[in-house]
Design a protein around this ligand. Structure first.
Ligand code: M6R
Length: 607
């Protein structure tokens, strides 16, 4: 987690850093800090809390300077506090870091035995002191950096600069993301693109095991062994405004409303519209011919997308499909072979557990396809093939458009493989592909229910728990609805299979437990009606999610969320919209920090 930023150029660096850090706050926001080189020394400001707290601490006289670094933190080692906030410094160096230095205890002990005093509880602080130690032994800053990173174990994206060379900022990367922004007479280092888009669209992505330097006029890159690497900048085409709120109260609401556009972008260029067949140029389908098994690996919301895909893949490709949580898979002894297809799903493409799961799967020779939103992210780069979801930047911590575009990409992939293997008829593939093309307008229709959902949300703002039930692929949506509610409103919520209630959870049902029942259709429709009866008989307050005009569900429910009529295939995507809106309005009405809920960060780049 954490966002890092560095700048060298003619602008006042304080402004550039503060504005840039606001765009990185989604990566962590429990403390922030900047270091500016000014009047021959570093001016260091650090504060617990969000950027607003830092700005208040700095006051009206921002430090003036032309080079500096900044950081927004998600604590791993050491509580959120002014002392633990980055940048961290030694006598002549300041540094910001994203990642975890796993051998920090050993390094710290060694440095302490040489008389170094530490002022924080962080793992990070060992890096500037280790570098300083090398400099004192006669090394240049550059030599000190290469020597120091050779000793570090763990994940790091760092930016560091020195009093001796204040207009040269160095970066190094291992397992945490870092990019360079290339401007005219100014250059940037950042964890992500939105932080620099106000200044430049030219971006160079660093790979693991690389060191870079920026000054005003140039940049260079080497590997950790100092071999030079030539890499030209890429032009970023998405608009700056896409990374802002556009008048919505929260990013989450904006991102919910962006879904028709996001799904259309995800489908664009992937359907042969003359034949209505999926066309996925980015996936080498012939290489999947001998595949006999699929393993889907992901975390959180992306894992819920995987659960839905299991239903699709088993029905249409007709081979065994397993769904794995990355953080468990990485520590098991999974049985894989070169005829297994591994599909990694990750919005950020940087989730540490999913990256580690890839590393675990690699030696088996299994083919790996990733479904990612962030272009050139680590998971995307490490896969054999990548399908980008094209949702655009997702800033709200609660995943919405990333989820529905993941489902859309997985649906396309399922149909493409089914067509290739002839596991269902061409007519069936064509029919479902055509259905996918109507998805953006179906989602548009779902969004019309927003004012109704806003009213219904009032019923839930004071409850302690909510139970979501569903069956089949709607069970995955029940899990997703519950996750969405708990992460942004802090109301305890669980997703359960309707048929499992009688095996335990029904004991929880009383008049104080609202039950959101997904009962919009499919082969278990009647069974879900019975499940509603069971919970109603025990006093539960039922909110039914059903198709428009479904009087049976309407009669049985106190609250109703009607979705447009659709097929079993598309239902999980359509049903997820009212649940996103419900979570949003409950959290908003409870006065919660919807976009930046407590204890969470957008991309989980630590274990
Ligand atoms: O970037 P990823 O898709 O790999 O992230 C996985 C989870 O951390 C993420 O989906 C998380 O559960 C969201 N906050 C849910 O809204």
């Amino acid at each position: 987690m954490c966002g890092i930023l560095g700048y060298v150029g003619p602008q006042n660096v304080s402004e550039v850093l503060i504005e840039g850090l606001r765009k990185l706050e989604y990566r962590g926001y429990d403390s922030t800090g900047i270091a500016v080189f000014s009047k021959g020394d570093f001016q260091l400001y650090r504060s617990k809390g969000k950027i607003a707290a830092l700005v208040e601490k700095i006051g009206s006289e921002k430090p003036q300077g032309h080079s500096g670094i900044g950081h927004t933190r998600w604590a791993t080692h050491g509580k959120p506090s002014d002392e633990n906030a980055h940048p961290h410094r030694s006598e002549n160096l300041v540094l910001v870091h994203n990642g975890i230095i796993e051998n920090h205890v050993e390094i710290r002990q060694e440095l302490e035995s040489r008389g170094v005093c530490f002022s924080s509880e962080t793992d990070t602080e060992v890096i500037p002191h280790l570098m300083e130690h090398c400099v004192k032994e006669g090394m240049s800053i550059e030599d000190a950096l290469y020597s120091c990173i050779a000793k570090l174990k763990g994940a790091f994206a760092i930016a560091v600069f020195s009093k001796q060379q204040p207009e040269k900022i160095y970066a190094a990367k291992n397992a945490s993301p870092i990019i360079l922004g290339i401007g005219q007479g100014e250059n940037f280092i950042s964890s992500d693109i939105p932080a620099i888009l106000d200044h430049t669209r030219k971006v160079v992505v660093l790979e693991d095991g690389e060191v870079a330097m920026i000054d005003r006029e140039k940049y260079w890159i080497t590997d950790f062994d100092r071999n030079p690497i030539e890499r030209d900048p890429k032009e970023i085409t998405w608009s700056r405004i896409a990374a802002e709120k556009e008048g919505y109260k929260h990013f989450m609401l904006k991102e919910i409303y962006e879904q028709p556009r996001a799904l259309a972008d995800c489908l664009r260029g992937r359907v042969d519209e003359k034949q209505y067949l999926p066309a996925l140029p980015e996936v080498s389908l012939p290489k999947l011919e001998s595949m006999h098994r699929v393993i889907l690996i992901a975390c959180g919301t992306s894992w819920h997308a995987a659960l839905v895909a299991k239903y699709w893949m088993e029905s249409f490709i007709k081979i065994p499909v397993e769904v794995e949580v990355s953080s468990e898979f990485r520590y098991r002894d999974p049985v894989l072979d070169s005829n297994t297809l591994v599909i990694l799903i990750s919005q950020s493409g940087e989730t540490a557990d999913t990256l580690a799961a890839m590393t675990k799967a690699k030696p088996s020779g299994a083919r790996m396809i990733s479904i990612c939103n962030v272009i050139d992210s680590s998971i995307a780069r490490k896969s054999d093939d990548v399908m980008y979801t094209h949702a655009g930047p997702e800033i709200g911590v609660a995943s919405t458009k990333a989820f529905t575009t993941q489902l859309t990409a997985l649906a396309l992939l399922t149909l493409a493989i089914a067509y290739q293997r002839k596991s269902i008829s061409n007519a069936e593939v064509r029919d479902m592909t055509q259905q996918l093309l109507h998805l953006p307008s179906l989602i548009e229709e779902c969004l019309d229910m927003n004012p109704h959902v806003e009213k219904l949300a009032k019923e839930l703002i004071d409850v302690r728990d909510v139970l979501y039930i569903g069956r089949g692929s709607s069970y995955a949506i029940a899990l997703e609805g519950a996750l969405k509610l708990k992460e942004i409103s802090y109301i305890h919520a669980e997703g359960y299979m309707g048929g499992e209630l009688k095996h335990g959870p029904i004991a929880l049902i009383d008049k104080d437990l609202p039950v959101v029942a997904l009962v919009s259709g499919g082969p278990t429709y009647e069974k879900m009606l019975s499940n509603i009866e069971e919970v109603k008989a025990r006093g539960a307050f039922v909110i039914g999610v059903c198709e428009q005009g479904d009087q049976k569900v309407q009669k049985q429910s106190r609250g109703i969320l009607e979705v447009p009529q659709t097929s079993d295939f598309l239902r999980p995507i359509v049903e997820s919209i009212p649940l996103q809106l419900l979570s949003y309005h409950v959290a908003e009405q409870r006065g919660c920090d919807v976009d930046q809920p407590r204890n969470l960060a957008k991309s989980v780049t630590v274990e």
